[in-house]
Design a protein around this ligand. Structure first.
Ligand SMILES: Cc1cc2nc3c(=O)[nH]c(=O)nc-3n(C[C@H](O)[C@H](O)[C@H](O)COP(=O)(O)OP(=O)(O)OC[C@H]3O[C@@H](n4cnc5c(N)ncnc54)[C@H](O)[C@@H]3O)c2cc1C
Length: 188
């Protein structure tokens, strides 16, 4: 028994269809949010999909083991009890962010890390990327942020050099000399 209507719920149903005799998904709305193709695959694999249906109670047997659930059809209001060996709740995700506060990071209202445009946190030299800077997003977003954070972390490591005006101007004057010598050789 799977509760949820998104890709996670339907992907779980597809995976379970290999090992479970029957797989049922309870979708609380009249449609699934999951990709159409994923829903179709789940249907083809024999998944029973109960739309407009919510779980309202988890029932245990006399020895305290879970074995049945009570469900309600939101359209008709009808309630019924059905057997279930396993229950998978697939109604959303929360990136692991609990450890951040105790480590001194400034967090946003949603508990994600507050970062500047370079993805640096309030702790100098600590950069972040991916879901931890917001909600569950996309792999491409996490990878792109990883690159941005890495570039700025590298810059931060190099900063003592760039902030040292003596070395900075030496570097510029060296470049000017080098470029003018190249230019004269090339007769530009
Ligand atoms: C079921 C599901 C399906 C998805 N499908 C897609 C999809 O089809 N396409 C897509 O683009 N995105 C998809 N996403 C979103 C995508 O997976 C994430 O946006 C992406 O993985 C974020 O990358 P991340 O590096 O920020 O986090 P993660 O990939 O979650 O990596 C975080 C890592 O940090 C580790 N970690 C956590 N806490 C600690 C700690 N205290 N110390 C050390 N390590 C720690 C975790 O174990 C994990 O390995 C899906 C997400 C889920 C949950």
């Amino acid at each position: 028994m799977i509760v949820g209507g998104g890709d996670h719920a339907f992907d779980t149903a597809i995976q379970l269809s290999d090992i479970a005799d029957n797989v049922t998904i309870l979708v609380n709305r009249e449609y699934a949010k999951a990709k159409e193709k994923t829903v179709k695959i789940a249907e083809e694999l024999g998944t029973e999909i109960l739309y407009n249906t919510e779980i309202i109670r988890i029932l245990k047997n006399s020895s305290g083991t879970f074995e049945r659930i009570q469900i309600r059809n939101n359209e008709t209001g009808t309630k019924k009890v059905i057997n279930a060996d396993e229950l998978f709740i697939a109604i959303g995700f929360e990136p692991v962010k609990r450890f951040l506060k105790s480590n001194g990071f400034v967090l946003k209202k949603d508990g994600s890390i507050d970062v500047d445009i370079n993805l640096e946190t309030n702790i100098q030299g600590v950069f972040t990327a991916g879901d931890v800077t917001g909600e569950v997003r996309l792999i491409a977003t996490a990878c792109a942020e990883g690159i941005v954070a890495a570039i700025h972390a590298f810059e931060e490591i190099k900063k003592p050099y760039w902030l040292c005006w003596h070395l900075y101007f030496d570097n510029i004057s060296w470049r000017v000399q080098y470029e003018s010598s190249i230019n004269s050789k090339l007769k530009i």
